[in-house]
Design a protein around this ligand. Structure first.
Ligand SMILES: *Cc1c(COP(=O)(O)O)cnc(C)c1O
Length: 417
């Protein structure tokens, strides 16, 4: 293919891989071991000069572009003024402005507060801390196929054993895992699936929060049956349990609305965000009802780097880009173009997803691995996911040019044939 100058990975990437082996911990994986030199809209250009079509966005992060011009400009401007003070030592405006935007954009018109952190896992950890403090209860309910991160608490919330939890225990107690809604496998409607889920919670009065991905990410891009999230929200209200929507992968236009909870008009008590929030700079947040967030004593939340000024500047540039380019509409357009094509691919058990968060479930992990490897050799970056590893997922940048998306889908089609 004309975008490729060498085989993938090329000789320069292979040299770097050899160096990496001697310096980088073996536990850190890479889907596709090509070393990136720079990026262009919808493309990653590697050190051998190969131009790879990016259908991953660094796991749903660089939706706004890589680099997005407004993100780059905001970071350049900030990096020359100051790079860090620690908001807990001396504050700065950017942090406050990001929290104001989060209050505007997250579901619900109620009074909200936010805390800014560095990673998705850290946001989920803090959401649980806040929920426990606000309710005076300890229990946490999570779902089959859930993914919430790799720290000790979030490993306990994450479902998949290998590679995320294997040998890393013991894990924090108090976590109850219940079945979710996986229409392909359970055949239940949303209300039935939600009732089955909450029926498995023995003592709701001891539960601080339910943590749910409105569309499951690593677990297989599972879209719950409609009615599942609203029924869950209703049960939470009835039992004084806080609903935490983990929108880390689904947030910021990825599914064609600001947040995936919006598709069913669900208003969570707490929302965790990260990934797409800041165009690639490390930033995450917990945003929630003022009375819940402010139940935490002064000094109870924070961290040295949380809400770093460069990351805040990047987030403001990213949100401006989402508005200016209407990336919600862009995500819906990607769905309209790509989902019908995915449905027509040979060997697909199910094509599903929302917006620019799309996937095909295949017969086995072995098949998915082979298809992904063929895409990689042909210069298209795709990822796999799913508890059984049998799902190919597409997370294109929301700004991907139409012809690159079409070309990427052509390659996937060829790989499936
Ligand atoms: C990626 C992800 C996380 C963890 O985020 P990190 O920044 O990798 O710690 C948590 N929840 C969901 C839904 C995710 O997709």
């Amino acid at each position: 293919m004309s975008r490729l100058r060498t085989e993938v990975p090329g000789p320069r990437s292979r040299e770097l891989s050899a160096r990496r082996k001697a310096a980088v911990a073996a536990g850190v994986g890479s889907t596709l071991p090509v070393f990136v030199d720079h990026a262009e809209p919808g493309l990653l250009v590697d050190v051998d000069g190969n131009r790879l079509i990016d259908l991953a966005s660094g796991i749903a992060v660089t939706g706004v572009g890589n680099p997005a011009p407004r993100v780059a400009a905001a970071v350049h401007e900030q990096v020359d003024r100051f790079t860090h003070t620690c908001f807990m030592v001396t504050p700065y405006e950017g942090y406050v402005e990001v929290c104001e935007r989060l209050a505007e954009l997250t579901p619900g018109a109620h009074d909200k507060r936010s805390v800014l952190l560095n990673s998705g896992a850290e946001a989920v950890e803090n959401a649980v801390k806040i929920a426990r403090r606000a309710t005076g209860r300890a229990g946490v309910v999570v779902f089959d196929h859930a993914y919430h991160g790799r720290t000790n608490l979030t490993m306990a919330l994450t479902a998949k054993e290998m590679p995320y939890k294997h040998g890393f225990g013991p894990f924090t107690p108090g976590v109850r895992r219940v079945p979710g809604s996986y229409p392909l496998l359970d055949g239940l409607n949303g209300v039935e699936a939600a009732r089955r889920a909450v029926a498995a919670v023995e003592r709701p009065e001891e539960v601080a929060c339910v943590v749910v991905e409105p569309v499951q990410g690593e677990g297989g891009f599972v879209v719950p049956a409609s009615g599942f999230l609203p029924e869950l929200a209703r049960w939470c209200r009835e039992h004084g349990v806080l609903l935490v929507a983990d929108e880390i992968q689904t947030g910021f236009c990825r599914t064609g609305s600001w947040f995936a909870s919006d598709h069913e008009s669900v208003v969570p008590d707490l929302v965790t965000t990260a990934k797409g929030i800041a165009g690639g700079l490390p930033l995450s947040a917990v945003t929630g009802r003022a009375e819940v967030m402010d139940a935490v004593h002064a000094g109870g939340l924070g961290g040295t780097y949380g809400g770093n000024p460069l990351a805040c500047a990047a987030a403001l540039g990213a949100v401006d880009t989402m508005r200016e380019l209407d990336l919600n509409a862009a995500a819906r357009r990607i769905e309209a173009v790509a989902l019908p094509r995915l449905r027509d691919l040979p060997g697909v058990v199910e094509a599903r997803g929302r917006g620019a968060m799309l996937a095909v479930e295949l017969a086995s992990a072995e098949v998915a691995g082979r298809v992904a490897a063929r895409c990689h050799q042909a210069g298209v970056v795709v990822l796999t996911c799913g508890t059984r590893g049998n799902v190919i997922r597409l997370l294109p940048p929301l700004v991907i040019p139409d012809e690159l998306l079409a070309e990427g889908l052509d390659v996937l089609e060829g790989a499936m044939a």
